[in-house]
Ligand binder design. Structure first.
Ligand SMILES: N[C@@H](CCC(=O)N[C@@H](CS)C(=O)NCC(=O)O)C(=O)O
Ligand SMILES: [Fe+2]
Length: 366
């Protein structure tokens, strides 16, 4: 079985692909975006995967790769094209290299034209290929900077991509209209630049008249990507909160475990967003917790101090997750959700005020 996720960065319209061997959980990620590394790492952790490689299809001109940052966070290796000119990778890829991850693998094909180091990664069963900025859905990557060359791109597409089976699904590095995937057969017929009877000279004419503005981040992205996305100088990994041990979830919420909250309880405001009868009910409440039911929180957020972290608590950790969203919108910066809520807090034996002994609580006897 293959684990497969297509992830999107709305700022640069970049697609990032996570692939894993379902049996071993060994994963690779293609074209991660620097600003999305926290999200991607959360997904990898939640799916229980081990990231072996981060792979870029090319030196991107419009965003900084997340390769270096993912390596710092997960210990993965960085793979880039040997022709990319990038420093700091662990593996320099050449045509026909095979990148094995568990029982699956990707084959490396060289598809220059957008840049001279562009690669396409083809899945072992030829059911999927990741074309970077060579072939886009009913389009192609631009060829007007970074060693771009329309004739080279035409040959890459016809010799390396259109020779794959018609059913092979194609996943590009970008789509600016929200389209997500295509197939070899479709593009061979319907790609307006490269499909049908279009010849090399037609394509060159098309590409030389695109008149696109340069990417806004070009001057920052290219130098950073030539170092696999390593930032200049000291870098605080995207301002990870330090006030307690927190974990970022793919749902976009900072979570704290019961143990972490008990250790840091003096330094934070504990906000209990359950209804009054729950607050004084059998699960009890955490000492010093401020009771404000979720429905009243938006109107009563002023009762909490903005200069001290807030940990939101409820029965199961679900309503309190929404409480952190409400407080963020109200201008609070340091926020976390108690993972698993009072149910987990009690199950792990942490102290409460009020409440009944765990063995007398109906919710634990199911
Ligand atoms: N407006 C975008 C431009 C992005 C851009 O030029 N993307 C390149 C890929 S790095 C491309 O080939 N675009 C094809 C197109 O826009 O048709 C930005 O500022 O980032
Ligand atoms: Fe690109």
């Amino acid at each position: 079985m293959l684990v497969f996720r297509q992830l999107f960065d709305p700022q640069s319209s970049t697609y990032t692909y996570l692939l894993a061997d379902g049996k071993s959980g060994i994963a690779v990620i293609i074209d991660p975006v620097f600003e999305q590394v926290r999200r991607d790492a959360a997904l990898i952790a939640e799916l229980g995967l081990k990231l072996l490689y981060t792979l870029d299809t090319h030196i991107h001109a419009d965003h900084v790769t997340g390769a270096w940052l993912l390596k710092q966070q997960t210990g993965c290796s960085i793979g880039v094209s040997a022709d990319s000119g990038a420093a700091g990778a662990d593996r320099y890829l050449v045509p026909d290299d095979v990148i094995a991850f568990g029982g699956r693998n990707l084959q490396v094909r060289k598809t220059p034209g957008h840049t001279s180091g562009c690669l396409t990664y083809v899945l072992d069963d030829r059911g999927m290929a990741f074309t970077g900025d060579c072939l886009l859905i009913r389009g192609s990557g631009r060829t007007d900077f970074q060693q771009g060359d329309p004739r080279t791109m035409y040959r890459s597409v016809h010799q390396q991509i259109f020779t794959l089976p018609d059913e092979c699904l194609l996943y590009p590095a970008h789509d600016y209209r929200g389209l997500t995937a295509t197939s070899v057969g479709e593009e061979r017929h319907f790609n307006p630049r490269l499909g049908g009877e279009t010849g090399e000279a037609d394509f060159t004419g098309y590409m030389n008249n695109l008149h696109l503005a340069h990417p806004k981040k070009l001057d920052v992205a290219v130098p950073a990507n030539l170092k696999c996305g390593k930032p200049e100088g000291e870098f605080d990994i995207a301002a990870t909160p330090h006030w307690a041990p927190l974990r970022y979830s793919f749902a976009g919420i900072w979570e704290i475990d019961p143990h972490g909250l008990e250790e840091h309880s003096r330094a934070v405001q504990i906000l209990d967003v359950r209804e009054p009868e729950e607050f004084s009910g059998p699960l009890g409440h955490i000492r010093g917790a401020i009771p404000i039911p979720l429905g009243a929180l938006a109107g009563r957020a002023g009762e909490l101090a903005k200069d001290r972290p807030v940990v939101a608590v409820c029965r199961s950790g679900s309503r309190s997750a929404q409480a952190t969203v409400i407080l963020r919108e109200a201008g609070f910066a340091d926020l976390a959700n108690l993972s698993g809520g009072m149910l987990r807090w009690r199950a792990e034996g942490h102290p409460v005020e009020g409440g009944s002994p765990v063995e007398h609580i109906a919710e634990y006897s199911i």
